[in-house]
Write a protein that binds this ligand. Structure first.
Ligand SMILES: [Zn+2]
Length: 208
């Protein structure tokens, strides 16, 4: 029987690496499926911070995943699985569609996503997936705050400063490239423990 499995964690918990590994293993064993992600950028690749990547199908807000899955099955002859990266950025409706893909098409769905946003609250799609999934897996690669405690929060930095307000979706990375864009602000994220997230203290030197 097919399952909806939701694996969640903070940034740096290896979600994309695992998504790529599952997709690779399924393909290697002769299964037919697709790799989806909501990236919000144009390169249409799931990229692991460890340096591997694979082409994916970019999910936008309008995409009906059930319809898309039926179409894939009609075109290729079978659909055994769907891997979704950055599932926290899916709509609530799309999270529900993943459950329908399992039930109606008997395909396994492996969704990977962040648990909380930069405000420290569950992403809407993450909350829905936690409610709907047959299996919820907390990724065991623990991220650490600068102080050494377990980091559970992805704090957002805009131009290096801690922010608590703004759009929930803003693409950035945990490692700064050092490049300053010509337009707009530099958005990056830093992993903090509960205490330092509450205090807004992003490093040992930074005054709280
Ligand atoms: Zn800390």
């Amino acid at each position: 029987m097919a399952v909806l499995r939701f694996s969640f964690g903070t940034m740096g918990s290896g979600k994309s690496t695992l998504a790529l590994q599952v997709h690779h293993n399924m393909q290697q064993s002769g299964h037919s499926g697709m790799l989806l992600a909501r990236l919000g950028r144009d390169d249409s690749h799931v990229t692991s911070r460890l340096g591997i990547s694979a082409p994916c199908i970019e999910v936008d807000e309008e995409l009906d995943l059930v319809e898309f899955a039926y179409k894939y099955k009609a075109e290729t002859g079978s659909l055994d699985y769907v891997v979704c990266d950055e599932a926290q950025f899916f709509s609530v409706e799309q999270a529900e569609q993943l459950g329908r893909i399992v039930d109606e098409l008997d395909a396994d769905v492996f969704a990977f996503g962040l648990i909380t946003d930069f405000r420290g609250q569950l992403f809407a799609a993450t909350a829905r997936l936690l409610e709907l999934a047959d299996e919820c897996v907390s990724l065991q690669v623990e991220a650490r705050c600068w102080c050494g405690s377990r980091a559970l929060n992805n704090a957002r930095l805009v131009n290096g400063g801690f922010v608590r307000h703004g759009d929930v979706v803003a693409v950035g990375d945990t490692t700064s490239s050092g490049a300053v864009p010509l337009f707009g602000d530099v958005v990056s994220y830093v992993l903090l423990c509960r205490r330092h997230f509450r205090e807004g203290k992003i490093s040992a030197e930074e005054p709280a």
